[in-house]
Design a binder for this molecule. Structure first.
Ligand code: HEM
Length: 186
């Protein structure tokens, strides 16, 4: 196994990852203002979005089983608030930290990451509808894609952080864990 292999991205950790991802999205002040202008429309659309979201998850046992005994009315409100926050207009480390914490909740219930990532489809559909209310729909749509991509990356980060942590404990270090995951043997 190569002892030389390393990547500069591997040295970016914890909150620095969040700052890096925000920077990578390259949102400009017009983007954030356009999204903020849609905030009130997002609030109006949230209950319908939540309904579509849970209708899809409840339609199959592999996803519905996670909700047995859960307070569904409250969860409708929670996913609605999460959707509305996409249009807060503020996408800083504090915003990303909250989203990462939400990702971790899903790690801890043993939910495969493919499900939340796939469910971004419903979020995308409702976000796309909202941009019709914008004074600049094309740029607003572009900006919406950016904040949704940020969430996809953060959700995935919660899972990767967890996997790396456990594998690093097993193999004796995070760099080694990354090498094992990359399948590099020489
Ligand atoms: C776009 C994808 C998703 C988003 C944005 C999302 C968002 C959220 C949020 C904001 C919470 C509240 C977290 C907290 O208490 O701090 C939550 C809780 C929960 N989510 Fe999701 N979720 C997603 C996908 C899924 C999927 C696919 C499932 C299951 C199939 C799921 C199952 C749950 C469950 C069971 C809880 C309650 C956890 C508990 O309090 O014990 N979520 N979700």
């Amino acid at each position: 196994m190569s002892s030389e292999l390393t990547r500069s991205s591997w040295t970016i950790k914890d909150e620095a990852v969040l700052a890096e991802l925000i920077s990578l999205m390259d949102l400009n002040p017009t983007d954030t203002a356009l999204l903020r202008d849609l905030h009130v429309h997002a609030r109006t659309a949230a209950p319908q979005m939540a309904q579509a979201f849970y209708t899809r998850l409840m339609a199959r046992s592999e996803t519905s089983e996670y909700f047995v005994g859960k307070p569904m009315a409250a969860l409708h409100g929670t996913i609605g608030d999460w959707f509305v926050d996409l249009f807060s207009g503020t996408y800083d480390v504090e915003y990303a930290r909250k989203r990462l914490q939400i990702g971790s909740v899903h790690v801890k219930i043993g939910l495969p990451v493919r499900y939340p990532l796939a469910m971004m489809d419903v979020i995308l559909e409702y976000g796309q509808q909202l941009v019709a209310h914008s004074s600049s729909p094309t740029q607003a749509l572009r900006a919406f894609h950016k904040v949704l991509a940020l969430d996809l990356a953060i959700f995935n980060q919660a899972y990767e952080d967890n996997q790396l942590k456990h594998l690093a404990e097993l193999v004796g270090g995070e760099r080694l864990a990354r090498i094992v995951l990359a399948g590099i043997t020489s």
